[in-house]
Each structure stands twice: as structure tokens, then as C-alpha cells.
Design a protein around this ligand. Structure first.
Ligand code: ZN
Length: 461
């Protein structure tokens, strides 16, 4: 029996990017979009073109660079926004205009200061206009879960008639409970004329920690698109976490018999790349991609794991792309192993870049034997920033241990001289390097303020 296919709509670059500290420049967005393509998401919401020139340029370059996924641009329900979004999407093979307008009384009264009638009319005009430009149009009634259900049905029905092909039901403020959200999707399917002709989408925020549960409840009641973000980033407490949605369906097909196209072994590299670009670390106990997600410390657990991994492991680290901790990088490692580990950490390199990284890697490996992920990330950063020194990582500058060098750790076997230097650091409060299988390392790259493009968005979904 064929399982229903769920469209994964990634909004890391739009809703995610709007969250504090997560803004990205055009190059960073393009790099992440290429990783989202490798992850095989169906739709990439690349930005909000009218919000800033930077956003416009990001949508434009992503639309031009990626041929497979649908590229969506966000627009408020007005001609200027729709035109700007369409302009940014010109190079896209599969463009989508995503229109948003709030429908709850509280938003209509206090934010928009318009009546329900005016709201309906404005949304209809915007969707019609978008449809005259682009075949693929999504409509989002912002704050849908706090909208009067009768009015919500009326709006959705009108938008389908006006040409919307996807209707998204945002729990904008993260207020819904799973049963309630599922019930809302079911009600729309029962009451809205033409709903069977369009895709129903979920967009849930995590203010009560229920974004993933709500999204899955929506899917069980007939939603066939899920909007989500890598690492669950997004406004306030964030969006539904892409990796959790995907793996819930993959680990429990008995309860969630749905398919996605996601290449799950790209989940960890995607998470790493996002954390590295935004400098926003992932909480250690984060499901699926946190550094402790596959770590076992308690003796009884370790004992069970050694006897049979199934005692405590419901999915393998490899299935989500967590590097195999048994694969130790050292001077006997080949270029292929190095390239593979770089990819697992979210970095793809051209042949020449890899040559340079390999050269520096060998210099480092000669000195410290075991090259940890943190060293590799620093080395990659040095090469990317064009640092001249070959292998400055971990080098004692004469005045003490290098600041970039991680403190002594159980898994780190250093030559005596370097150990002594690192030992001088042993009393500082830096957390010890994790020895768990996730092998994820905290970045100690100095923060540089390159995120000057943060715009003051007043709108969202
Ligand atoms: Zn949102």
C-alpha cells in the first residue's frame, strides 16, 4: 500500500531567519539553500523579498541556483509585495508566491485595523493577482488557530476559488493543543468547498513545546504539507523542527504511515551548517541532532548498548548523518575520509579547496595525532577566511596555550608537550569536549558581527 507523501516546506531561511540572532547574509543563505537541496526538502521558502534588498537578492540567487525544489517567496496581501516577490522569483524553475494575511479578530482589530469583510476582499485580490503571475500560490491566514472557525472556512473557500493551490493553517502564536489543531484541519476538510483540490499545510510554533506534535496531528487529519525549520529555529520559541517531524514518521511508520523525500543522513550536516553560520548552538539534549542525542553515559545503558544497540537506540546515528565516532581522523586518514567528515560537518569542497585543507590537516595531524571535529572546523574556517598560517591551530604562541585550542578532554590524546600546554587550561570553566558518539564540537571561532542586514519585520506567519 502506498503511503501518502508529505511535502516538506522548509522555512529556515524565512521564518527561521527572522528569529533573534539567526539573520544570515546572501552568501550564507545560498550555502544553506544548497544544503537544503541535498537534504531533498520539497519547498524552500527563501525569504521575504520586499523586506529588504538583502532578502530580495537572497531569494533571487537561490531561485537562480537551484533547479529541483520549489522556491517560495513571502508576500503580504498587497500588490507591491506580490510583485516584488514575483520579481525575485523570476529565475526559478518552480516558483511559488506565498501570501499571508491575518484573519483573527485580535489581529484585524489591533494590528490591521480592518473589518472581516475588508480582510476577505484584500486577501482575494492579492491571491487573484498572484495567480495571474504564478500557477503555484499559497495562502496563509495568519493566526488561523485563533480565528473564528466560520470566518476561517469562509476565507479558505474564497482563496481556493481565487486560485490558491496550497492553504496553510498557521498556529502563529503556538497556542494550540494537538487534538485541537487536528480537529481544526478535520473541520476545514468537512466544511470548505473545494478543499480536496488543494494541499492543506501546517505551520506550528513551539511556544508550548507542541509544534511537532501539532504538525503531526494535522498530518493525521489530512494535511499533506508541513512547514518546519532546521534545528526548530523560528520566531520566539521557534517552528516545528524539521528533523523531528521527519524522523517521527520514519521511526514510527506504524503510527505515522507517511513518506517524505528527505535524505535523512543529511539531517546532521544541515543542522551543523546552520549552527555554524548563525553561531547559534544546538541545545545538547535536542532530539535527533543534539550532541547528546546518541550519547550513552550511564553504566547500565553502556552495558546494554554493547550487548545490543536496540536496548537503548530507536534509530542509528548513521541514519541521521551523525559521524561514526569510531572513525578517528589522524595522519593515516586519506583524503576520502577527510572529505567525508567535512561533508558530515556540513562542508562540501571543490578539489582545490580540499587539497589545501588536506595539506593543513596533515601538518596538524602530525602534531596532535587525533584530529577532533572542533579542530577540523577551525581549520576549515581558516582556509575559508584565507588565513596564511598553515596549521596555527593549537600552536603554543609562547605565552600559553592557544585560545582556539580546546581544553584537555578524555577523548583527546595529545603528545606530552601539547598536553602540558592544554593542561594549563584545565581549570578554566570551559566545558570538556564531549566524548559521545555525536562527536559534535562547540565552535570556538571568535564571533564577528557580519549580520548587519537584520530588518525589522513586522509581519510573519
Ligand atoms: Zn511562523
Amino acid at each position: 500500500m502506498d503511503r501518502p507523501r508529505i511535502t516538506i516546506f522548509d522555512t529556515t531561511l524565512r521564518d527561521g531567519e527572522q528569529s533573534p540572532g539567526c539573520s544570515m547574509n546572501v552568501q550564507e543563505k545560498l550555502r544553506l539553500a544548497q544544503q537544503l537541496d541535498r537534504l531533498c526538502v520539497d519547498v524552500i521558502e527563501a525569504g521575504f523579498p520586499i523586506a529588504s534588498d538583502g532578502d530580495f537578492e537572497a531569494v533571487q540567487s537561490i531561485a537562480a541556483a537551484l533547479r529541483r525544489p520549489i522556491i517560495a517567496g513571502l508576500a503580504r496581501a498587497c500588490t507591491g509585495d506580490v510583485d516584488r516577490a514575483w520579481q525575485a522569483l523570476q529565475g526559478a524553475v518552480h516558483p511559488r508566491i506565498h501570501i499571508v494575511l491575518a484573519t483573527s479578530d485580535i489581529h484585524l482589530k489591533y494590528k490591521l485595523r480592518i473589518t472581516r469583510e475588508k480582510c476577505l476582499e484584500q486577501a482575494r485580490e492579492a491571491v487573484r493577482h498572484a495567480k495571474s503571475l504564478c500557477a503555484d500560490v499559497e495562502f496563509s491566514p495568519e493566526d488561523a488557530t485563533r480565528t473564528d472557525v466560520g470566518f476561517l472556512c469562509q476565507v479558505i473557500e474564497a482563496m481556493i476559488a481565487a486560485g490558491a493551490t496550497t492553504v496553510n493553517i498557521p498556529d502563529t502564536v503556538g497556542y494550540s493543543m494537538p487534538e485541537e489543531y487536528g480537529q481544526l484541519i478535520r473541520t476545514l476538510r468537512e466544511r470548505v468547498a473545494g478543499i480536496d483540490k488543494v494541499t492543506i499545510s501546517t505551520h506550528c510554533h513551539n511556544d508550548l513545546g507542541l509544534a511537532v506534535a501539532n504538525s503531526l496531528a494535522g498530518v493525521q487529519q489530512g494535511a499533506r504539507q508541513v512547514e518546519c525549520a532546521i534545528n526548530g529555529i523560528g520566531e520566539r520559541a521557534g517552528n516545528a523542527s524539521l528533523e523531528e517531524i521527519v524522523m517521527a514518521m520514519r521511526v514510527r511508520p506504524d503510527r505515522y504511515p507517511y513518506e517524505t523525500a528527505i535524505a535523512s543522513e543529511q539531517l546532521f550536516p544541515s543542522s551543523q551548517m546552520l549552527a555554524e553560520i548563525t553561531r547559534v548552538p544546538v541545545q545538547p539534549n535536542k532530539a535527533i541532532i543534539g550532541r547528546n542525542a546518541f550519547a550513552h553515559e550511564a553504566g547500565i545503558h553502556q552495558d546494554g548498548m554493547l550487548k545490543n544497540p536496540l536496548t537503548y537506540e530507536i534509530m542509528t546515528p548513521q541514519s541521521v548523518g551523525v559521524p561514526d565516532s569510531r572513525l578517528v581522523l589522524g595522519k593515516h586518514s586519506g583524503r576520502h575520509a577527510l572529505a567525508l567528515r567535512c561533508e558530515q560537518l556540513g562542508h562540501q569542497f571543490e578539489r582545490r579547496e580540499l587539497d589545501e585543507i588536506y595539506r593543513r590537516f596533515m601538518v596538524l595531524a602530525d602534531r596532535i595525532k587525533k584530529v577532533q571535529d572542533s579542530h577540523l572546523l577551525e581549520l576549515i574556517q581558516d582556509v575559508a577566511s584565507g588565513a596564511v598560517s598553515s596549521g596555527s591551530i593549537g600552536k603554543d604562541d609562547g605565552g600559553g596555550p592557544s585560545k582556539k585550542f580546546p581544553p584537555a578532554a578524555a577523548t583527546l590524546h595529545l603528545p606530552r608537550a601539547v598536553s602540558a600546554a592544554a593542561g594549563a587550561n584545565a581549570n578554566d570553566s570551559h566545558p570538556a569536549q564531549v566524548s559521545g558518539s555525536a562527536g559534535q564540537a562547540s565552535l570556538s571561532i571568535p564571533f564577528t558581527d557580519h549580520h548587519s542586514e537584520q530588518e525589522d519585520y513586522l509581519w510573519g506567519v
